[in-house]
Design a binder for this molecule. Structure first.
Ligand code: ATP
Length: 468
């Protein structure tokens, strides 16, 4: 039994374009591979996802700080993090149609374009996007820089700054949300795999003697609850224990949370996020004092030591880190697929209802005048919009008949439609219509803000047991 309401990603692509969530990028020039632009409702949905994540981790917990580091870092960061040497995809070419693919994504040895099975040898392809800094000659190698392929490194190199400035003791975490870039060999599937995307990463620093594997489980549970609070059904999530041979060079254990992005396929799962025990690899590799087995400095370029002095044990060490790394765009796609539903009206028409969790809905309340040629009704509706705006995102809309306006708001996930009619002018009351039940209630204008706020249940926090 499938719990995804959207039958496939294409259904969301068409809704997203029709209703102003996501547009194909650069369309006037024929598009750009797999780049997408977020429209008026998409930018709100993305912001709400990021805000929910930030509030949950940085505000509601007491052990996590937020930062916003540069996208372009010193190239040496990527040398010592291992990305220059190992951030590769394995690439193969089809000899028949010249198509180029990621070797690990070819499942039946057949070319996805032409069906042939005549491949070149696999070879590594570094997926970091390059750029040049400053007004330099084209071939000047010292100007080479990268657009970050993960936000995590900006956190590691600021570990000591944050720890010292905020007087933190282990365990504590640093969270960051922002753009990352990867020169993906085969981008595609809408916003699932793009070359420019957004990540929400958190590095949770703990002692080398902590129970790291249990901490991975702890963060998996926390994220399952957070995804639940966003309206994602548990049955559409699946935990994948990454086998040893597939682990990244820095990881001792990784669990991927997969989402049922392809309900129509035999293999429906694709990664939504990963939770990795990154050991002390990153902090120690960026530190000037780390020595190798022969007593030589591992990093002769670093000017800092990112170790931590533990007062109770009087020991100095490199903290280990547990990293939950999630994608904003993949979360948005999962949220939209899960929220998608269809309902048939009494007249036999099919209506789409996007049952977004209220905290994520781009618009919380739409104020609709029943007659747009009646200045008193229009005036009252606009005044209600203005009075609600400081409390919640509200819009005024008179671009169609009431049936059309309701249908449009259902399709973009607005939890409440508020209708101002002729009677409103006399009884100072309006009709509040519920998106999911289509039931209507008459509410006094003076009680409206409180009524909506109660029903919107501003924010659901997952339970927060103490970290281990
Ligand atoms: P995949 O195996 O799907 O390429 P990954 O394991 O390389 O992903 P991570 O390095 O773990 O991904 O990145 C953390 C998260 O960032 C991913 O779980 C995903 O949500 C997001 N992400 C990574 N690459 C992309 C991309 N090209 N487009 C959109 N989101 C991405």
């Amino acid at each position: 039994m499938y719990f995804v309401a959207a039958p496939n990603i294409d259904t969301i692509v068409s809704l997203a374009k029709r209703r102003g969530f996501v547009f194909p990028s650069s369309e006037v020039y024929g598009g750009l591979g797999s780049a997408w632009d977020y429209g008026p409702l998409g930018v709100e949905l993305c912001n709400n996802v990021k805000q929910s994540w930030w509030r949950w981790l940085v505000y509601e917990r007491d052990d996590i700080e937020g930062i916003d580091s540069s996208i372009i870092l010193n190239r040496l960061v990527w040398k010592y993090s291992g990305h220059e040497a190992t951030f590769n995809d394995s690439l193969v070419d089809c000899r028949k149609c010249k198509g180029r693919f990621r070797a690990d994504k070819i499942t039946d040895n057949k070319c996805p374009s032409c069906g042939a099975s005549d491949w070149t040898e696999a070879r590594p392809f570094n997926t970091m996007l390059q750029t040049k800094l400053g007004a330099v000659a084209d071939d000047d190698p010292t100007a080479l820089a990268y657009l970050r392929p993960e936000t995590a490194q900006g956190i590691f190199i600021n570990f000591l700054n944050v720890q010292t400035a905020m007087r933190r003791k282990l365990p504590f975490g640093i969270a960051q949300v922002g753009k990352s870039f990867r020169n993906e060999v085969t981008p595609g599937n809408f916003i699932l795999r793009t070359r420019e995307f957004e990540q929400m990463e958190m590095e949770y620093f703990v002692s080398p003697s902590a129970e790291h594997s249990k901490l991975v489980d702890y963060w998996v549970e926390q994220y399952l609850e957070w995804f639940g609070s966003l309206g994602i059904t548990r049955e559409n999530l699946y935990l994948y224990e990454v086998p040893g041979e597939e682990l990244a060079h820095y990881s001792k254990r990784t669990v991927d949370i997969m989402y049922r992005y392809f309900p129509e396929r035999e293999k429906p799962w694709e990664e939504l996020m990963g939770i990795a025990w990154r050991t002390d690899f990153d902090l120690s590799t960026h530190s000037k004092n780390r020595l190798d087995v022969d007593g030589k400095r591992v990093n002769p370029d670093s000017t800092e030591d990112l170790s931590y002095f533990d007062e109770p044990t009087k020991q100095r060490f490199y903290p280990h880190v547990i990293e939950p790394a999630a994608g904003v765009n993949r979360t948005v796609l999962a949220v939209m697929m899960d929220a998608y539903s269809e309902r048939t009206t009494d007249k036999g028409e099919t209506r789409v209802i996007l049952k977004l969790s209220p905290q994520l809905a781009p618009i919380k309340a739409a104020i609709l005048p029943l007659a747009k040629n009646k200045p008193e009704i229009v005036g009252m509706a606009k005044a209600i919009k203005r009075s609600l705006q400081p409390l919640l995102r509200a819009v005024y809309d008179d671009t169609g008949g009431i049936g059309k306006l309701y249908a449009r708001q259902d399709e973009i996930g607005t939890p409440f439609c508020i209708t101002v009619d002729h009677q409103s002018l006399e009884d100072e009351a309006v009709t509040v219509r519920d998106r999911d039940t289509w039931e209507q209630e008459r509410i006094k204008v003076t009680d409206l803000a409180e009524h909506l706020q109660k029903r919107l249940k501003p924010y659901t926090t997952p339970s927060l047991p103490e970290p281990i």
